[in-house]
Write a protein that binds this ligand. Structure first.
Ligand SMILES: Nc1ncnc2c1ncn2[C@@H]1O[C@H](COP(=O)(O)OP(=O)(O)OP(=O)(O)O)[C@@H](O)[C@H]1O
Ligand SMILES: [Mg+2]
Length: 222
């Protein structure tokens, strides 16, 4: 059974200049344990697609199924909290908090019941942040480290779907590959469904399946 299925998803933005058809009948299925890359020109609709998959927005037309169940039957905020981990180009860590506090905060918001500090520390270790660094403020980390902390935050609640929008957009090649390796391991070793939006060919190459957005149309790349 696929974890996420999109059927005929369309989305328009209303602007003063008229409607922008950002997504045109997108259909796709996503499985656990697989890394997907979504590529395509700027403005082709990739982030729009991601916000629908995350339950941040609702399609104007079409359906999304999570484990064969219509997303409409879920409380969308709860769906996102329980099943989705998100990573962005700008890491969005809270600057006044330490690395470990940033991860703990997301556990707090998700009403995580276990030992939050312990879980946060485990996640930071998983992404390669050293124990001595846990209590350093997030602004004192390099970009690559900050993105790894953001990954730790995204996976702390153990979501089964990880959505990353240009996660390596601000990183050099070495740091990009470190982050991509973590994302690939999350799929291949931990069974997550990992979906990465990227402009970088070397990132897309690491995916198992590449999807292409072309002017709002979603295609599977051969
Ligand atoms: N809030 C908005 N209001 C109006 N139009 C929007 C809005 N957000 C996106 N669009 C338009 O919808 C289309 C798809 O945008 P989207 O952000 O999904 O593209 P993208 O593929 O993620 O691009 P990029 O690679 O630059 O991030 C574009 O034509 C864009 O201008
Ligand atoms: Mg985008």
């Amino acid at each position: 059974m696929s974890i996420l299925e999109l059927r005929g998803l369309s989305y328009d933005y209303k602007t003063k200049a008229g409607a922008v058809h950002a997504l045109k009948e997108a259909t796709a299925t996503f499985e656990k344990g697989v890394v997907y890359a979504i590529v395509g020109r700027s403005g082709s609709g990739k982030s729009t697609l991601m916000s629908l998959m995350a339950g941040l927005d609702v399609p104007k037309q079409g359906d999304i199924f999570y484990q064969s169940e219509d997303l409409r039957s879920f409380d969308r905020d709860r769906f996102r909290r329980e099943h989705i981990g998100m990573i962005f180009q700008s890491y969005y860590l809270l600057p006044q908090l330490t690395a470990v506090e940033n991860v703990e905060l997301s556990l707090e918001l998700a009403k995580y019941r276990g030992n939050k500090r312990k879980r946060a520390e485990e996640m930071l270790t998983l992404v390669g942040i050293k124990k001595e660094q846990f209590k350093k403020r997030s602004t004192q980390f390099s970009g690559g480290e900050q993105q790894r902390i953001a990954v730790a935050r995204a996976i702390a609640t153990d979501p089964d779907i990880i959505l990353a929008d240009e996660p390596t957009g601000n990183l050099d090649n070495e740091n990009s590959m470190n982050v991509v390796k973590i994302l690939v391991d999350l799929a291949h070793q931990y069974g997550k469904c990992v979906i990465i939006i990227t402009h970088a060919a070397e990132v897309a190459e690491r995916a198992d399946i590449v999807l292409k957005m072309d002017d709002g149309i979603l295609l599977t790349k051969g």
